[in-house]
Every structure is written in structure tokens, then in C-alpha cells.
Design a protein around this ligand. Structure first.
Ligand code: ATR
Length: 276
């Protein structure tokens, strides 16, 4: 049977084996999917061993997404732009790299949550790896404005400059600190910071929220995070965590590996934890 795995450190919490097993069953694909914890300094050796044992592809999670990019021989645009990969496919001596996190995010927002990005004002919080992965897929939706706000202002500015230098419209993509937001309001506010992991909140000004807007936290299974609590308190009607993004990026990887795209709604429903 074809073998796949997710590699991370730690990896015990990963929902990927459950998700991919459900996809395989639903699509009638014969494969196994396991979780592998690689030593922090042993990503490449772990992947080499998995390939030698007949592995066909892997998902890659924290903290190895940059190592995965360095390991690959062929980078898709998504991985090159993000400087990080979350899926690898082995093809003889070649190793192809993709980053499906951003596509998964956009699919979840646009298809599952039925919230438009096109023509709307989007606020993206954070300037780390999660934001890098999300930028291109969000820009492809043609928002009216995509503002990247970060605690360390220079990081947001440098990231925006990098993407504008590669062709993004400076009229659409802008960045700065939370203090630069002024009284501007946004239809979609996405938390791509790691603040929720420590039960902290990014300092979103009250004027940024819109009642008929969407507040999206990329973390999942943490219930109403301080970010989502703030959105709720401000009257934002649509609140979401990142469980749909997780399942959608998995579906993209599955389709890339197996040539068949699994349905996602049932799996999302199975692993979704109510927000309150
Ligand atoms: P990831 O790969 O998950 O994006 P990262 O590269 O470590 O992780 O980036 C974490 C992001 O969360 C950064 O943008 C960080 O802001 P700084 O660049 O100023 O460090 C942001 N972040 C983490 N904790 C935060 C908090 N409590 N408030 C606001 N931003 C926070």
C-alpha cells in the first residue's frame, strides 16, 4: 500500500492521520497515513528514511516547514513565495514542494463559510510564516485592500515590500503596525499570529471590526480565543477557527498526491469543536 505521513515535532496532537484516513476511505484509495516525530535536527534524515521505506509523500508541520523547502528539488510558486512548504511529493530522485495552507484558508472562507474576499477589505494580523503562506492566495481573490498588521512594524513593511517587488499591487497590499490602522474598518479580519496559542490577543482596534464581517482565527480546537472573544464583543456575526483551513489544505495535498479531490464537509463536521 502507498505510504504517506505527517512529520513534525511534537506530532502527537496531529489530526492529519484521521483526516487523510477518512479521505482515503471516502474515495476508495488504498494508502496508509501515519504521524512521524522527527528530531529537531533530523528532518532530512527522517524524510530520507521514509522515502527509502517506500513513502510517496509527506505533510510537514511545525517546526519543519522551512526545512521542507530546503529539502525539496522543485518548489511550486506557493512554496517559493511562502519560503515554506507543507506538502512534499516524491518522484524518483526528485522531491516536489507545495504550500497548501493559504489555498486551504481561502477555500474555507469563500466556499465553506461563504464569505467573499473579492472587492472587500481584509486585515491580516502577523508577519510570520502563516501570513507568508496566506498572502498570494488572498491576493488572487482580488480584495479591495489587504493590510498586513504586525507588532514588529518593520517585519510587516518588509514582507509587503517583498510581495510588491514580486508584482503585487501597492494599491491593494499595504502593511504597518496596529497603530497605523487608525479608524479603518475591515470586512474580514484574519489572525495569523501565534498569539492565540498563549491565550494572548493581537491588539486589534475596536474600530476595525464590522458587524457583518468575518473574524477568522487560524488556530483550531482552542474554542473562543481572546481574538475571537474580542470580535464577538464587538458584534462581529461570523466567527471561525482554523479547522476548515486544516481540512482544506489536507484535501489539496490529497488531490495532488492521488489525483482525486475528497469532499471535506463531513470531516470538518467530525473534528470541529464548538467555539463556545
Ligand atoms: P508562524 O509561522 O506561526 O507565523 P512566527 O513566524 O513565529 O510563527 O510568527 C508569529 C507571529 O505572531 C509574528 O508576526 C508575531 O509578531 P512579531 O513579529 O512582532 O513577533 C506574532 N505574535 C505572536 N504573539 C503575539 C502577540 N501576543 N500579539 C501580537 N502578535 C503576536
Amino acid at each position: 500500500m502507498d505510504r504517506y505521513a505527517v512529520i513534525g515535532h511534537p506530532i502527537g496532537h496531529s489530526k492529519s492521520p484521521l483526516i487523510h484516513s477518512a479521505f482515503a476511505q471516502a474515495t476508495g484509495q488504498a494508502l496508509t497515513y501515519t504521524a512521524i516525530e522527527a528530531p529537531l535536527d533530523g528532518f532530512a534524515a527522517t524524510v530520507d528514511r521514509f522515502r527509502a521505506d517506500g513513502g510517496r509523500g509527506v505533510n510537514v508541520t511545525v517546526p519543519f516547514k522551512l526545512d521542507a523547502c530546503a529539502y525539496a528539488t522543485d518548489l511550486a510558486d506557493s512554496a517559493r513565495a511562502a519560503g515554506a512548504a507543507n506538502a512534499l511529493k516524491f518522484d524518483g530522485s526528485r522531491c516536489l514542494a507545495e504550500n497548501f495552507d493559504g489555498v486551504g484558508l481561502v477555500r474555507d472562507i469563500v466556499h465553506n463559510l461563504a464569505q467573499a474576499v473579492r472587492g472587500r477589505r481584509v486585515l491580516l494580523l502577523g508577519a510570520g510564516g502563516a501570513t507568508r503562506g496566506a498572502l498570494l492566495p488572498l491576493l488572487e481573490q482580488a480584495p479591495a485592500l489587504l493590510f498586513v498588521a504586525n507588532r514588529t512594524v518593520g517585519k510587516a513593511q518588509a514582507l509587503v515590500q517583498e510581495f510588491v517587488g514580486r508584482g503585487a499591487s501597492a494599491a491593494v497590499l499595504a502593511g504597518g503596525g496596529y497603530g497605523d490602522l487608525g479608524n479603518a474598518a475591515f470586512d474580514v479580519v484574519i489572525n495569523a499570529t501565534s498569539a492565540s496559542l498563549g491565550q494572548e490577543r493581537p491588539p486589534v482596534p475596536a474600530s476595525a471590526w464590522q458587524a457583518d464581517g468575518l473574524a477568522y482565527d487560524m488556530v483550531y480546537g482552542k474554542g473562543l480565543t481572546p481574538f475571537l472573544q474580542d470580535a464577538q464583543a464587538a458584534g462581529v456575526r461570523h466567527l471561525a477557527d482554523g479547522v476548515g483551513m486544516l481540512v482544506e489544505q489536507a484535501a489539496e495535498a490529497f488531490a495532488w498526491w492521488r489525483g482525486v479531490r475528497p469532499a471535506t464537509a463531513d470531516v470538518i463536521r467530525r473534528i470541529h469543536v464548538p467555539l463556545n
